[in-house]
Design a protein. Sequence first.
Length: 162
Amino acid sequence: MKILRWLVWVACVLAGWHSAVADEIAFKPFRIDSYRQILAESAHAPLLLAIWSVDCPSCLKDMKNLRALHEKHPELKIVMLAVDDGEALPEIRRIIGDERLAALENWVFADETPEKLRYEIDPAWFGELPRTYFFDAAHRRTGKSGALTMDEFEAELAKLKH
């Protein structure tokens, strides 16, 4: 019985810790010119931009690989961009916390016209998710739609170094 009470206590402590961590995640509002800001802040360095949504099961699959990628390549700047509106912020916060991606730079769409924001990122992108952009140090980019395997992520990263 003592073990059961101890396990319940540990679960409660961990749940409270997780909630506290999730509440502390900082999200930047993604508006017109935010894309240029992200690129400017990463001048002369490789960058990965991962675009996702709470309603996208494939996006959630990518997150496990993104976390592994961050752990393996901590020098690589990875930017997460949720295309959901502000009403989804509690769910966005929960997912980022659950997937342990709070250490990454996190943005969320914050404009009434998401089409403009998508167009600013890539006029040829029609909104399919997940969408991942790989930028080399000169900020030449490659865009990929759909969930990527760890091998696909690693192959794209290898191209950035050449």
